[in-house]
Design a protein around this ligand. Structure first.
Ligand SMILES: Nc1ncnc2c1ncn2[C@@H]1O[C@H](COP(=O)(O)OP(=O)(O)O)[C@@H](O)[C@H]1O
Ligand SMILES: [Mg+2]
Length: 320
């Protein structure tokens, strides 16, 4: 059972976890467009491929799947998820299962304003958001929102270009310099992350790990502590079912005055997933069992509270 990890980048731990869980019954293959992506060198075989926007990209991946009889693949970067989802049938026709949500779902996650609309339309508490600054100014005048506010790109990632904003002058400045921004109410509360696995066979969310984020660095959770709250598990279960996710996803949630607000979803392994795995929440095993045709049983909340994650740097030194 060979598994292909696309755009592996610096996610060495994910490669390691799959090697461990496959335990010799299959190879872990990895790709990246850069030969300096360290996770490549953890894999059993690695491939340097074109960038995902290259016309030959997909053909390259399909050739690898055929040559190595790849049972399943997944990507670790947001910009590739819709590409994989759009070509789901093609992958299936060559016997490779793409572990990804459907393309309408990946598109919605990539566009934070679309996700906002979806959350509002389906009655989930979320962060009041605007893409039209004139509407926002009207609501400032009406007292429906107050400064400070939060401005970020609609299709952003890795916390790039995020701003806490205190005045109309700053809003104008940012909108003059950047395209496709959204304005949100400033969430002055605790941020949570949820790693969720939705069974690939029965579509049920069967594993949820939640953590309180203590510190962020370069857009990733740097320090966190595991927490459990039935109310949060229920909210996540309801949301995930309505949205129709598949496989592993990562959800950002804020808590203010005891209420949870869903912020955004990355429909892939989150950067903080090692916290879940090291706490016994084993998504690679769930994936492997699904690929063997086994439906997973419900394991929601099967981990201990109060387990801390502290990230630190590692280096890979090698002739390549
Ligand atoms: N409305 C908000 N109020 C306060 N902080 C926010 C808000 N939106 C995002 N943030 C902070 O910015 C970080 C990045 O924003 P997010 O929407 O998760 O984008 P991405 O993770 O795709 O870069 C979040 O983890 C959070 O710390
Ligand atoms: Mg985020």
């Amino acid at each position: 059972m060979n598994i292909l990890i696309l755009s592996c980048g610096t996610r060495n731990k994910i490669v390691q976890y799959f090697k461990k869980e496959l335990n010799g019954v299959g190879l872990v293959l990895a790709t990246d467009c850069s030969n300096l992506a360290p996770a490549l060198y953890e894999a059993d075989h690695h491939f340097i491929v074109p960038r995902i926007d290259d016309a030959n990209y997909l053909d390259n991946i399909i050739a690898i799947c055929k040559e190595y009889n790849v049972k399943a693949l997944f990507s670790l970067i947001d910009t590739e998820l819709s590409l994989i989802a759009e070509h789901k049938e093609h992958f299936l026709s060559i016997g490779t299962f793409p572990i990804v949500s459907d393309s309408d779902v990946t598109e919605m996650c990539f566009n934070k304003f679309k996700m906002y609309r979806f959350l509002v339309d389906n009655g989930f508490q979320t962060i009041k958001s605007y893409v039209e600054k004139e509407l926002f100014y009207q609501d400032i005048v009406n007292g429906k929102i107050t400064y400070p506010v939060f401005i970020k790109p609609v299709t952003g990632s890795a916390s790039i270009n995020i701003h806490r904003v205190n005045s109309k002058e700053e809003v104008e400045l940012l909108f003059n310099y950047h395209q496709n921004l959204m304005i949100q109410e400033y969430m002055d509360g605790i941020e949570f992350g949820a790693d969720v696995y939705i069974d690939l066979i029965n579509g049920e969310p069967i594993s949820i790990f939640t953590k309180e984020k203590i510190a962020m660095r370069a857009g990733e959770t740097d320090k966190s502590v595991s927490v459990k709250d039935e109310k949060l598990f229920q909210l996540i279960t309801d949301f995930v079912k309505v949205a129709g996710f598949k496989g592993m996803i990562d959800i950002d949630i804020f808590k203010i005055d005891g209420e949870y607000y869903i912020s955004e979803v990355n429909p892939r392994f989150g950067g903080g997933y090692p916290h879940a795995y090291e706490s016994g929440v084993n998504f690679p095993k769930l994936i492997i069992d699904n690929l063997k045709g086994k439906v997973n049983s419900n394991k929601i909340g099967q981990y201990d509270e109060g387990i801390y994650m502290m990230k630190y740097n590692e280096v890979l030194v090698s002739r390549i």
